[in-house]
Design a protein around this ligand. Structure first.
Ligand SMILES: CC(C)(COP(=O)(O)OP(=O)(O)OC[C@H]1O[C@@H](n2cnc3c(N)ncnc32)[C@H](O)[C@@H]1OP(=O)(O)O)[C@@H](O)C(=O)NCCC(=O)NCCS
Length: 171
């Protein structure tokens, strides 16, 4: 019997960001503004993209690409045994299609493979995406109301990386 499939994106490719992705990433940012990002954060994000590729591996940034189009992007940074997720976003038209999960899991796999010493993974997000990170085990540590913009609160969340997970993927 033929299986019924809902319309799906072809499987996205996960790869490192290159400067050619800049416009595509900024488009994703604009797509998600003002619901998830404040307009005032755009200059910060543009500067962040500009600064990528500096110190080797200081900040890894990735994209998910489908048919030559950037549909999601996000990064990982590591300092000592603390890691952070940075500027993660999915094209608005493709929310709730599994791309956020794919992007998160690929970044986590990168982290485990390259930084097995990382003990905690942090993310600064808003109340709009807090539920997404909770699904992956993140726990809210602090909430700062109106931190990004009026009505857009900052949720600082952390995921503890357990010892077996860390040692599974030795460098
Ligand atoms: C947060 C974000 C990345 C989620 O991406 P997505 O592609 O829509 O998420 P997925 O489709 O992979 O969802 C994975 C699971 O999380 C759930 N989920 C997705 N967004 C959610 C949300 N905002 N709140 C609660 N649950 C959510 C999905 O229902 C799904 O659940 P399931 O595993 O039970 O099916 C996306 O909403 C986004 O890009 N937001 C704008 C940028 C942003 O806020 N980034 C956060 C870091 S700064």
């Amino acid at each position: 019997m033929a299986t019924v499939e809902r319309p799906q994106l072809e499987r996205p490719t996960f790869r490192s960001y290159t400067p050619d992705d800049r416009a595509g990433c900024l488009r994703l940012f604009d797509d998600n503004t003002p619901d998830f990002f404040a307009p005032s954060e755009r200059a910060e994000y543009a500067a962040f993209l500009e600064g990528l590729g500096g110190a080797p591996a200081a900040h890894a940034y990735f994209v998910l690409e489908v048919a030559g189009e950037v549909v999601a992007c996000g990064g990982v940074s590591v300092k000592g045994d603390q890691a952070g997720l940075s500027w993660g976003m999915v094209a608005r038209a493709h929310h709730r299609q599994g791309l956020g999960r794919r992007l998160f899991e690929a970044r986590l796999a990168y982290l485990r493979a390259h930084y097995p010493e990382a003990r905690a993974l942090w993310v600064n997000t808003s109340q709009r995406a807090e539920g997404f990170f909770r699904r992956f085990g993140f726990v809210t540590q602090t909430v700062t109301e109106d931190a990004f913009a009026p009505g857009l609160h900052e949720y600082r969340m952390a995921l503890e990386l357990s010892a077996p997970e860390r040692s599974d993927h030795a460098r």
